[in-house]
Design a protein around this ligand. Sequence first.
Ligand code: EPU
Length: 438
Amino acid sequence: MSQITIEGGKPLAGRVDLKGAKNLVTKAMVASLLGETPSRLLDVPHISDVEVVANLLNLHGVSITHDAATGDMMLDPSNVEQARMVDIDAFAGSSRIPILFCGPLLHRLGEAFIPGLGGCEIGSRPVDFHFDVLREFGAVIEKLPGGTRLSAPHGLKGTKISLPYPSVGATEQVLLTATTAEGKTELTGAAIEPEIIDLISILQKMGAMISVDTDRTIRIEGVKELKGFTHRAIVDRNEAASWAAAALATGGDIFVAGANQVDMMTFLNVFRKVGGQFDIQTDGIRFYHPGSELQPVVIETDVHPGFMTDWQQPLVVALTQANGLSIVHETVYEQRFGFTEALRKMGANIQIYRECLGGHPCRFGQRNFNHSAVISGPTELRGADIVVPDLRGGFSHVVAALAAKGTSRVSNVQLISRGYEKFLDKLEGLGADFEFKA
Ligand code: EPU
């Protein structure tokens, strides 16, 4: 476990430069499998989730070059081939993206083997929607000891699908499977996150026929063949929100180059309500603490255009400094408050409840999940020894350590590089006082 020792109490100030969104780039890489010709993806960050997907694509015969400095990635799927199960299995537990290889591999090779999935432990994270959707298209799914094998004995055919919840991953599964399936597909209850719209733009560049209605319905007319794409990935709004919250929690001032107002509207409203200030410029957004008292807020995480679940963790750290009671109702993942235990250890006053507090009843309300948090502030945070539990929770731990008085030792920090490029370089550039031990 790598560890950083942080001397807290120093405002973060300076500039960070963002690249493409983790939650688009990895899916765009998978989409390249569908093309008959090479694809070029721009602004690809050097993060471990990208590495995992690149390695899996490599195993399936896609040759990839990635210039980590510019973010320019070339993906050539001319020689797509079946990978050996034992090699695929080596990636078991490393990411959730492999589940999205199903449709493209079924189209290209007639079968797919998917390793056991990984990803952050923030709920049970089932993949039932994914498999239900794939069965609708005609896939046959077989669970094996080391993973899942899929085949499509009669090909993949367009279908009518209704998602029980607007799942990002299941919507992407449908998009990546339906574009070259035979006939039309209608998906109702789809997720419409900006990263999904960006994926649709990529598929359209490749030759797909996809329309999005105002009521979360996506219609896809299957086409016979797709070509490669050239695309600049949408900027990572989750990373932008993370640095914004870090500026607020540490009393700092950060210019987030590349941050895009349109994709962050809901976040910006909350940031302003809490008392943070921002200047929207042509090339990014400056987020800063104006020096006045922070205000409590009541927020509910939700699917787009709601307040993203990935935004709440670093913001909760800033809310420990707000004057009064804040409520955060998490409605996307049932167990996304595990990270608050470390904050309590550092002096934060946070209570977690099973009830749906501060908003509408959600699907977790009657099911005993600890999914509402009440944060009472302001409380002084003190340095502590803490362990990073997951990606966003880990970022919030580091922010708490930076905001706290005294020394903190944060271990397991390598997890943060799954989603934040050059995390330690960025911290250093913002004037953080820390030492890293690999
Ligand atoms: N769900 C099911 N069954 C399924 C799929 C999802 O019950 O088959 C449930 C999940 O358990 C969850 C809810 O539906 O309660 C939403 O899950 P969704 O499928 O939307 O999430 P995802 O595709 O697995 C992506 C991001 C997450 C982000 C969510 C919500 C990627 C790789 N991950 O996950 O990002 O929080 O959408 O926007 O795109 C992160 O970046 O740290 C992260 C966790």
